[in-house]
Design a protein. Sequence first.
Length: 151
Amino acid sequence: MRLESSIVIRRAPEEVARFLADIANIQKWDRGVGSTRAISGSPGVGFEFDTLGRSDSPSAKPEKARMTYRIIRAEADSCTIALTSSSGNARFFKTAQWHFHLSSSPGGSLLTCCADFTLRLRYILLAPVLYLKRSAIQMDLEGLKRAIEGN
């Protein structure tokens, strides 16, 4: 399944790229992420990191919503991040990758995010639900825009 969304951000592509490259910024725009932590390497291809879930409940355990990722492609105008964990919410996916592409746009940058994923066979019934929730990518991109633009 492929879900894609784009947004124009009133900042130069280089500024948007720097913001995206810092994993500490993920929690500022991804509604499901409460914190991040580096696992290995330094930013760039091969870098691995965890995202931990966000919860309003004081008894919630962020580790339960942990997802692990690896940067598999990094260029000046694009990057690809692959899900590498298979527990927690990651258990639904056989494969999952997020592709980010930046280009100049009048007044700033056009950022496109594409999520490519394959569900595990036992979770295939989730496909229509995920398709109906495709607006979630746009919501996160709007959060990213607000975080970068300072709105």
